[in-house]
Design a protein around this ligand. Sequence first.
Ligand SMILES: [Ca+2]
Ligand SMILES: [Ca+2]
Ligand SMILES: [Ca+2]
Ligand SMILES: [Ca+2]
Length: 431
Amino acid sequence: MSQHPENTATATGPASPENPGDAPHGEAGFTLIELIIGTFILVEMMVVGYLLFDVSTKTARVQSDLADLQQSQRVANYDLVRNVRMAGRGGVTGPVAINVTDNVDGDTFTVGGNEVVDGTDVLTVRGVLSNPIWLPNTGAGYTYDQGSSTGTLFVDSLNNQGIAQDLSLLQSVIDDGLPVPLVLVSLEDPSIYAVVLLSGGAIGPADIDNDGSVEPGEERATINFDAAAASTNNDAYLPLSWGGAFPQALAQGAVPAWVGILEEYRYYVRNDTESVTGGSPKLSRAQFYPNTNTLYRGDAANGRVDIADNVVDLQIALGLDLNDDGTIAEDDSAPDTDEWLFNHEDDTDTDQYWGLGDADGAWGNATLFQVRVSTLVRSERRDNTFISDYLPTLENHEVDPSPQPADNDQLADRRFRRRVMRSVVDLRNVS
Ligand SMILES: [Ca+2]
Ligand SMILES: [Ca+2]
Ligand SMILES: [Ca+2]
Ligand SMILES: [Ca+2]
């Protein structure tokens, strides 16, 4: 308590030199000049601050655009590569498994009623891609009647090796009467296969292990197929068979080695003209009944499953071993004569590869080893301080007409940041 008076004395003591109250009168405020200079400095600082803020905002935006672009491209390539890798699963080969519609005409070409960006490629992938592959019951029999071109086989909930088989897809396809194709693969020669209409059947309890009683879960699918040319979709299905028709090896009675439901997906760059923002092109995927233009389950939603935004180009090149030496020769200086199809504008000799069943040219006889998938993705927004690097071509498709943008349209295209991603897929199931 004895300290208090001293403290009080200090507080009420003589004014210190720092006390403004004691300052000379002339220094009490700012002169007009000082005010002007001070304001000027303040404005300068605000301008600098704004510029720094603006630069950092722009930098952040560019970085976020680049991150979006890379993410979009990863998603696109992941989905493409995964399905290309699976192409041919279930036994189908060559152009049946992988096909390309090269540099489509955007004015006329559509996929499932959707517009496609001009000059991009459409990639068709076929195989038993997401569906199960079943081993038919060898004891229950297999019939094929040459007169009516129809047959029957049996798939059990446990196969001959005692492994469980999921019959739910068969159940739903039969219940819904979907005109899907079966792939039947010959037991004698697995390179021989048929693609035929699944025409009906039934699934029900059966004593599949022959122990005299039907236990829970013991089920047998009776699958009817129809190889008559006039039957639904068979004009599209039968040509996908080995040799282009129902093969003799399967007509003569041996149980197929395995069976599956063939799927087909088409990847394309969708011209999103409905978007209110002017439409960013998208990588999209459509599912069809194979080799037809009928969407799976007749559902328009199966015509456009959008995978990634801002994908402006999809280009596919096929590595075909023309000289049978087991490798794909690449020659960047002579892409017109190497073993890649569709990496040069002179790679026009394509009908042989496409002609299902009548492949007779060099490309048509060659083994498909590799598929090269290239995507060009751009940022969501233009950056008006930026011109992207000159990209003359992506595979056999022209991207930039000239090194420097020659008009406003070309300049507008080059204002986007862009990125090419290229993946080479070694095919496991296609030979
Ligand atoms: Ca192309
Ligand atoms: Ca039983
Ligand atoms: Ca070669
Ligand atoms: Ca070439």
